[in-house]
Design a binder for this molecule. Structure first.
Ligand code: ARG
Length: 563
C-alpha cells in the first residue's frame, strides 16, 4: 500500500491548486506519530489562496474523503495530519514480508545497469592487515546491496602486485630466504625478510642495486624471478582467501596492477596525442595546477610507470570491458588526492564517464595500543583479529548458554560478524578505535546484539505454532506498530544504503529493528496470549526474524538460530 500517493490523491481530488506529484513531494512523515503518520503542511496553499494555513488546513479536512487505510485526518497548526488504520497497516506490511521472505527488500531498480566495485585490493607479500578490513567489509556489503537491487555488480580485487618493492622482496629471499620457512610462515615470513632487507640496506646501499636488478628481472619476465614472484603471489592469495571465506567475500575479477603492464603504453600515447603530457625534471606529468592540485605523474624519469598510470589504464579497461554506469573505489581517505588527480586526468582526456568514477573513502581503524601482539613487525593481521574475536565470543557463549551445541561454529559467526558489524555501523568517513569488548557486547549496538535478537525470534517461533485465527487489534499498540514501521521501511533503507554508498544506513536500521522488537517482546505476551493475539504476534516475530536475516546477509554476516 502506498499511503503517500493515496493521501496525495485524496487531497488533489478536492481541488487545492497543486498536482498529485507536487503534493506527494510535500507530504512528510512526522517524527512523533502523535502528529499523524503522514502530514501535509498547508503553507503553500495558504500562499496560493491568500488564507491562513490554519484556515486552509481546516477547510481541506472538512472536504476530504478518507482514502482506504486512513482512519482519520486532523488539522493542527496549519498541518493536515493523516492517521493510518493500524490494523490494516500492520496486516498488509507483515503479509508482504512473509510472502517475499528472503527477497523482501529486493528490487529491480538497477536492472540493466552495471556497477564496478573495486574493494579490498590487498597487496602481494604484504599482510592482509586491519587497514584492509573496512575496504573489504564496506565493499563487500555494497557489492551485495547493489546486486540485491538488480544491478550487475562487478567485484574487483585490484591486487597490489607490481612495484619496485618486489625487487627488494626477491633480493631478500635470495639472500636469506628458505623455501620451507616461507612455505610454512606465509606472508609473515615474507614480511620478516622484507623488514630485514630494509634494516640491512640502511648500512649497505649495494643491496638497493641488487633489488633494482631483481625488479628488472621481473619486468623482463626472467624465468626464476617470475616463478618466485608467482609463488609469493599464490602464497599471499591463499592466505587472503582464508580471510575472504570467513568474511563471506567474493570477487569477479582479480585483475591487479600487473594486469595493466601491457596497457600502459597506450595510456601514455593517448595522453601525448591529446596534448596533456608535460616534461618535468625528466618525468612525464599531467599538469593540474588549474585545479589546485599537484601534477599527476604518469611516467617517472627512469621510465617506470606509477600507481596512477595503472589506475587510469584500469579505468579505461573497465569501461571497455564492463561498460559500467558507476565505478566505485572503496579506498581509505588517505588516497583522496590520488583519486581526485587521476579522475581529473580521465576528464581532461575527454571521457564524459569521468563523472561516474567515485572514490568511496573511509576512515582509519586502529586498535588500542598493545591490544594484540602481531606475528611480525608492527602490523596487525586481520586474521589474528578475527581469531581473537571468535575466541572471546566463544567465552561469552559458553558462559551464557553452556548447553548449546556447535558452540564453535556459532562463535565463528558471532566473532567474525562482530568485527564486520563494527566497521559497518558508522558513517564510512569516521575513524574508529576497535575494541573487542565493545564490539562483542551482546547488549550494545553491535552485531552480536542483532544476531541475538534473531536467535530470540527463532526460539519464540520454535515454541509456538501459527494458527489460522488472527486478531490484528492485538498489534494495535505503540510497541508493535513501531516494529512494523521498521519492517515496512526496510526496503527504503536498502535503497538508501546504495544511494549513499553507506552500509551503515542498513546496519543502523536493523539495530533499530532489534531494539524495537526487544521492547515489544518485553511488553507483550506471545505464546501465552489468547489464540488470535498469539498468532499475529508470532507473525510479527517471524517477519522480524526474516528482515534481520536479510539485513545481516547483505552485510555479510551469519544469522545463527541459537546463541
Ligand atoms: N592496494 C592498494 C592499497 O592497499 C589499494 C588499491 C585500491 N584500488 C585502486 N584501484 N587504486 O593501498
Amino acid at each position: 500500500m502506498d499511503y503517500k500517493s493515496a493521501v496525495a490523491a485524496a487531497v488533489a481530488s478536492v481541488g487545492c491548486g497543486l498536482s498529485m506529484e507536487e503534493l506527494s513531494a510535500l507530504i512528510v512523515v512526522p517524527k512523533d506519530s502523535k502528529n499523524g503518520d503522514y502530514s501535509l503542511p498547508c503553507f503553500r496553499f495558504a500562499k496560493i489562496s491568500g488564507k491562513s494555513p490554519v484556515a486552509v488546513a481546516q477547510e481541506l479536512k472538512d472536504k476530504i474523503a478518507l482514502p482506504e487505510g486512513i482512519e482519520k485526518v486532523e488539522s493542527l497548526a496549519g498541518y493536515l495530519n493523516f492517521y493510518t488504520d493500524k490494523k490494516v497497516f500492520v496486516k498488509t506490511a507483515l503479509e508482504k514480508v512473509l510472502e517475499k521472505k528472503q527477497d523482501y527488500g529486493k528490487s529491480d531498480i538497477g536492472k540493466g545497469k552495471t556497477v564496478c566495485i573495486d574493494y579490498s585490493s590487498v597487496n602481494i607479500a604484504k599482510p592482509f592487515h586491519i587497514g584492509h578490513l573496512s575496504s573489504t567489509a564496506i565493499g563487500g556489503a555494497l557489492y551485495r546491496i547493489f546486486g540485491f537491487l538488480g544491478y550487475t555488480a562487478v567485484g574487483i580485487n585490484h591486487l597490489g602486485d607490481w612495484g619496485t618493492q618486489f625487487g627488494k622482496m626477491l633480493a631478500a629471499y635470495k639472500l636469506w630466504g628458505d623455501a620451507e620457512k616461507v612455505e610454512k610462515g606465509g606472508v609473515a615470513a615474507l614480511l620478516e625478510l622484507y623488514v630485514r632487507f630494509h634494516k640491512e640496506a640502511e648500512n649497505n646501499p649495494e643491496l638497493d642495486d641488487l633489488a633494482r636488478s631483481w625488479f628488472k628481472k621481473i619486468e623482463d619476465f626472467d624465468e626464476e624471478a617470475t616463478t618466485l614472484f608467482n609463488k609469493f603471489k599464490e602464497l599471499t592469495l591463499a592466505e587472503a582467501f582464508k580471510v575472504y571465506d570467513r568474511l563471506r567475500i567474493k570477487f569477479d575479477s582479480y585483475a591487479g596492477e600487473s594486469f595493466y603492464n601491457d596497457k600502459l603504453d597506450a595510456v601514455v600515447n593517448e595522453l601525448e596525442a591529446k596534448g596533456l603530457l608535460r616534461e618535468s625534471e625528466g618525468a612525464k606529468v599531467v599538469d593540474l595546477e588549474a585545479y589546485n592540485m599537484p601534477p599527476c605523474i604518469i611516467v617517472k624519469s627512469d621510465g617506470a610507470s606509477l600507481y596512477s598510470t595503472r589506475d587510469i589504464a584500469a579505468a579505461l579497461y573497465r569501461k571497455k570491458t564492463y561498460d559500467f554506469d558507476k565505478c566505485l573505489y572503496v579506498v581509505a581517505y588517505q588516497q583522496n588526492l590520488h583519486f581526485k588527480q587521476w579522475f581529473k586526468v580521465i576528464e581532461l582526456m575527454g571521457y564524459p564517464w569521468a563523472k561516474d568514477l567515485e572514490h568511496i573513502a573511509f576512515g582509519m581503524v586502529s586498535l588500542p595500543d598493545g591490544a594484540i601482539k602481531s606475528r611480525a613487525g608492527n602490523v596487525v593481521f586481520l586474521e589474528d583479529v578475527l581469531n581473537r574475536a571468535v575466541e572471546k565470543s566463544l567465552q561469552v557463549i559458553t558462559e551464557k548458554s553452556p548447553d548449546l551445541e556447535n558452540k564453535k561454529e556459532i562463535a565463528e559467526q558471532v566473532g567474525v560478524g562482530a568485527v564486520i558489524f563494527s566497521v559497518l555501523y558508522n558513517n564510512r568517513i569516521k575513524d574508529i578505535v576497535f575494541n573487542y569488548d565493545k564490539v562483542l557486547n551482546f547488549d550494545g549496538e553491535t552485531g552480536p546484539y542483532v544476531q541475538y535478537t534473531h536467535a530470540r525470534c527463532c526460539s519464540v517461533l520454535a515454541k509456538g505454532t501459527l494458527g489460522r485465527e488472527k486478531d490484528f487489534s492485538a498489534l494495535d499498540n505503540e510497541e508493535s506498530v513501531e516494529v512494523v514501521k521498521l519492517l515496512d521501511t526496510f526496503p527504503d533503507a536498502v535503497r538508501e544504503a546504495a544511494d549513499k554508498r553507506e552500509p551503515c544506513v542498513l546496519s543502523r536500521h536493523i539495530v533499530e529493528l532489534a531494539k524495537a522488537y526487544n521492547k515489544f517482546y518485553l511488553a507483550h505476551r506471545i505464546i501465552n496470549a489468547p489464540e488470535g493475539a498469539k498468532n499475529v504476534r508470532l507473525m510479527l516475530t517471524s517477519a522480524v526474524r526474516q528482515v534481520i536475516k536479510n539485513g545481516l546477509t547483505l552485510l555479510g554476516m551469519g544469522a545463527p538460530e541459537k546463541m
